[in-house]
Design a protein around this ligand. Structure first.
Ligand code: MF3
Ligand code: CO
Length: 276
């Protein structure tokens, strides 16, 4: 819609940047993608570990401390702590923990997780100059069938988006696939938060809405690295912000779930970076 993307080839023929009139998508070469794989493997290992220790009675602060210890052991840094969004206060923790009606960016603390809760955990690290970013929503003990369905549909929506992340497709093939899956199951895709390009910075162009928009729809190219992250609500897509300046909650108080993977677009299609 905003004109063509022209890849600028770097000496190895793979790196460089794609430029359009309105935005710059940074193309990574194989060496950069290899480092991003390492950064995202650390994130995936942390999420796997948190999935093992999470249980009724644990606090979100304890989950944050466990992630913090693993980030240090891996000789990485948190990509979240100190992060500033707009004129917000710096983010105070190394994970986000969003419980039940909390959509994203819940701040860990003394809150005790109870049987029947769901909690979205988002982890970001900086390793050798590159960011790893992924999230998953975990059930605490036994959860309701409806909560379970929300988790299943949200995870599936992420994979529907990933399937579309191949050279030749366009950005909004991802957005549309996510939206269609979510809405076919009677849920709604959050609009106020989006996925994003990821690389040396946590948030690079393009923004990746989880629904179709009249906006930018660039062609997807080999070497793009993207964080896809559907946030799916049981009821309305509308959200409100809490007074802590970070936590987004559903406007109707119903449940919300969030799954995120960082991926690279390769000649063979999508490569999920954030898995162990
Ligand atoms: N995955 C989220 C995002 O891409 C996590 C950011 S948390 C923050 O926006 F604290 F760093 F903002
Ligand atoms: Co992200």
């Amino acid at each position: 819609m905003y004109g063509n993307i022209r890849p600028l080839k770097s000496p190895d023929g793979r790196g460089g940047i794609s430029v359009s009139k309105h935005n710059v998508i940074i193309i990574k070469g194989p060496k950069e993608i290899a480092i991003m794989r390492d950064a995202n493997r650390i994130v995936a290992e942390i999420l796997a570990h948190l999935g093992e220790i999470i249980r009724p009675g644990i606090t979100t602060g304890e989950l944050d401390a466990a992630a913090d210890a693993m980030i240090r052991r891996a000789k990485a840094d948190s990509a979240f702590r100190g992060y500033r969004m707009r004129d917000n206060t710096p983010y105070p923790a190394c994970v986000c923990s969003s419980v039940n009606e909390e959509v994203v960016h819940g701040i860990p603390g003394p809150r005790v997780l109870r049987e029947g809760d769901i909690v979205g955990i988002d982890v970001g690290v900086m390793y050798k100059g590159f960011v790893g970013d992924a999230a998953a929503t975990f059930p605490i003990g036994q959860i309701s069938p409806e909560a379970h369905r929300l988790l299943t549909v949200t995870r599936q929506a992420l994979y529907k988006g990933i399937e579309q992340a191949k050279p030749g497709n366009r950005l909004q093939d991802i957005s549309g696939a996510i939206q269609d899956h979510v809405e076919a199951h009677g849920f709604s895709a959050v609009r106020d938060f989006v996925g994003h390009g990821v690389g040396r910075s946590m948030h690079e162009p393009p923004q990746i809405p989880n629904y179709r928009t009249p906006g930018w729809n660039p062609r997807l190219e080999v070497g793009m690295t993207l964080a896809l992250e559907p946030m799916v609500n049981e009821g309305t897509w509308r959200v409100k912000m809490l007074s802590d300046g970070w936590t987004a909650v559903t406007a109707d108080g119903k449940l919300s779930a969030h799954f995120e993977h960082s991926i690279a677009i390769t000649d063979n299609g999508p490569l999920i970076l954030s898995q162990v």
